[in-house]
Design a protein around this ligand. Sequence first.
Ligand code: IMP
Length: 428
Amino acid sequence: MAGIALVGIQWGDEGKGKITDLLCEKVDVVVRYQGGNNAGHTVVVGEERYALHLLPTGILYEHCTPVIGPGVVVNPRVLIEEMDALSERGLSTERLRLSGNAHLIMPYHLELDMVTERRLGKNRLGTTKRGIGPAYADKAARIGLRAQDLLDPKIFSEKLEIALKEKNLLLTRVYGRLPLEHQDIVEEYLAYGTRLAPHIVDTNSLVQGALDSGRSVLFEGAQATMLDLDHGTYPFVTSSNPIAGGACAGAGVGPRDITRIIGISKAYCTRVGSGPFPSEADPADGEILVEAGGEYGTTTGRKRRCGWFDAVAARYACRLNTLTELVITKLDVLSAFEKIKVCVAYEFEGDRYEDFPPNQTIFNKCRPVYEEFAGWSEDITGARDLDDLPKEARAFLEGIEAMVSTTISHASVGPEREQILKVHEAGA
Ligand code: IMP
């Protein structure tokens, strides 16, 4: 039995897609366990480049069963479009399995995501406007519709009626929008149901069965630890639990089913959307990171905010996820700098915080305390072995490893598959 969880330890966009791609060669099942089409993985397979939003990366490999678990929120229109786009490129999506318990993103969720962000004005969260928050809110309020409801027209229609009554009041009376038509949604969604029916199954027993029979399962986290609803930088978070612990609830397995937990972090830091970001770089350095790192969102195309590696947040995330190893991505991007900063502590009202601060006010107002590392300024994209790296790059990796008390197993030095090198044996 081998359950492997792969999680981002920053604010997302750490390059999880590339590492997932490498792992996919050796796993049998790949499960998405949270989030929805707010995610965006770019995966390069051979000459082909794929931007996946909702589909698990396993869809790209014939030997893998890709699974969308019960913890995911699914926009069926987007799912079908993504499946069709892959089919047009000659890839089969027949193997896809969708949990009947996964909640559906409905048209009113998209509307509500848009109008609530507008209402919040300068306090907006900067969501991806994919209806993620409103869909999870309805799930918690127990008025959500699930994938299995698509298979029962009567139930679907009844549940929709209950939800829509309230949503239309909200949309028309509070936000001055037009009401949505019950019948239009029923027709649209039942058509999706017909299309998705062959894929909707009990994914819990599928995944548990795979683990019990000794096959490997990869639990593919979307977003990341600092965007976790319970443990991230609330309220500037997503509405699910991307942490490794979330894989149990979101995929339907137990904690003992996951034995290897891989955290992914960039060698620097980015975030999209609003919210505090203590190690955000000054505009000049930020711009260098944007350009050298190609820091534009896969899902929304938004320019990412860039900053320096935040060891305080990373240490917190390594512990929270009980990582067995850490992979550092985009090390090559730092070749653009003579000096490289790492945030080693926060300072607030004369106090120094080396641990993640317990309340939001401190995190919002703290100042970063930096330690500087010497840069290397040479191209490292061809490095394939630790010894190929300049000594400054090795010192940087060692410095980070000590700060987060977690073994760095690999460092990635470019987008291509082979642009990766082993740093230390995991668990060493
Ligand atoms: P939501 O997930 O669309 O509700 O957005 C909530 C916050 O999470 C916003 O700040 C988004 O920018 C951020 N977010 C959501 N998905 C991703 C992702 O895949 N990468 C980075 N940030 C994300």
